[in-house]
Design a protein around this ligand. Structure first.
Ligand code: ZN
Ligand code: ZN
Ligand code: ZN
Length: 366
């Protein structure tokens, strides 16, 4: 079974990194290793994953009924619970055993737990678990790719409904509320983010929603995404124009952006670096004198998190490998006027890449 494989590989990677144990609290790393989300509260839940020895999940007793003990059993993970009034950090220390251990804590572990563990193991060293686990998490297995395909297909179906939703006279917020509902209708567990940047608002890459009324002739950037029940995310941007033909200058600029997005996608294959892909998009825009209007990196990895490794950014020498999934999303932003972005999620294959999103990448007339 896949999960068993993940736990074994995580332990091998822990050993190879010279760590004695990973200490993983609820979040994407724990979900990756156990296959199910665990809730995170002020009480400590922590998977102790030693390089050698028995992996152990330390949980509050009141949370124990909610965990899938059959799966943990199958994965060879022991469960130890603790009651309010006792010290869960000492329990973790007892499982780790070595007082001088070098531990890797989840990147997003709450500070109260980091410090609690430090108090219980004052001679131990704390490092980040992220660098150990990202080697595994960056290369998606078949189950993960299937979930990402499902997410991409769901968000494509939402973009296919845009003509019903974006109309002159509606506000961005009204469109956004309908989009969030449509995302759930089409199979998402929730809408994680909804960006409707109309007219001048499109010039702000992380604009979300406002009460601005969409007007005839507006260019509208729609960037939407969320997790499917398996926990894997969609993230897809298309740019629309509402009612009527845009001026030639906008069409020309948009055509360059589309070339840049294609150039970056074509550049993706095993052996090239993340920086190479970023450069491909940037170069296409620079050739047309538009470099200064592309104000962010070309993309980000995606999986259990919307933004994760690998980041497709200048200076990132990480070499792409089959199974990696990330966004290719160049954009151009003209302050106080308009903006555009095209975003697909791509899967690195043996000899190139496969876009998981399939809606038309042209400036879509509504
Ligand atoms: Zn973003
Ligand atoms: Zn996006
Ligand atoms: Zn994105």
């Amino acid at each position: 079974m896949d999960l068993r494989h993940r736990v074994e590989r995580a332990r091998a990677a822990t050993d190879a990194a010279g760590l004695d144990a990973l200490l993983i609290t609820p979040g994407p790393d724990l979900r990756y290793l156990l296959g199910t989300p665990a809730s995170s509260h002020e009480r400590l839940t922590c998977l102790v994953l030693p390089a050698r020895g028995t992996p152990t999940l330390v949980v509050p007793r009141l949370e124990r009924p909610g965990i899938d003990e059959a799966t943990l059993d199958r994965l060879g993970i022991e469960v130890i619970d603790w009651v309010d009034g006792s010290d869960p950090y000492r329990l973790v220390a007892a499982v780790v055993q070595r007082p001088q251990a070098t531990t890797g804590v989840s990147d997003d572990m709450p500070a109260r737990h980091v410090l609690g563990l430090r108090d219980a193991m004052p001679a131990a060293q704390q490092r980040l678990a992220g660098p150990v686990l990202r080697q595994l998490r960056m290369r998606k297995d078949d189950l993960e790719v299937a979930a990402l395909r499902k997410a991409a297909a769901a968000i494509d179906r939402v973009h296919a409904r845009m003509a019903e939703l974006i109309k002159p006279g509606r506000t961005e917020a009204e469109v956004g509320a309908d989009l969030a509902a449509a995302m759930v209708d089409e199979g998402h567990a929730a809408a994680a983010f909804v960006i409707v940047g109309s007219g001048p608002n499109g010039a702000s890459p992380h604009h979300e929603l406002s009460d601005r009324i969409i007007e005839r002739g507006d260019v509208v950037v729609v960037d939407i995404g969320g997790p499917v029940p398996e926990g894997y995310h969609s993230d897809c941007t298309r740019t629309y124009v509402v009612g009527g033909e845009p001026p030639a200058s906008i069409l020309q600029t948009y055509a360059v952006l589309q070339e840049a997005q294609l150039a970056a996608t074509v550049a993706v294959r095993p052996g090239v670096t993340a920086a190479d892909v970023d450069f491909a998009a940037r170069q296409a825009l620079a050739d047309a004198g538009l470099a200064e209007y592309f104000v962010h990196r070309t993309g980000h990895g995606i999986g259990l998190e919307v933004h994760e490794e690998p980041y497709i950014v200048a200076g990132n020498d990480l070499v792409l490998e089959p199974g990696m999934t990330f966004s290719v999303e160049p954009g151009v932003y003209f302050p106080r006027r308009w903006g555009a972005r095209i975003e697909d999620i791509v899967l690195v294959t043996e000899d190139g890449c496969e876009p998981l999103n399939h809606r038309p990448r042209e400036l879509v007339r509504l």
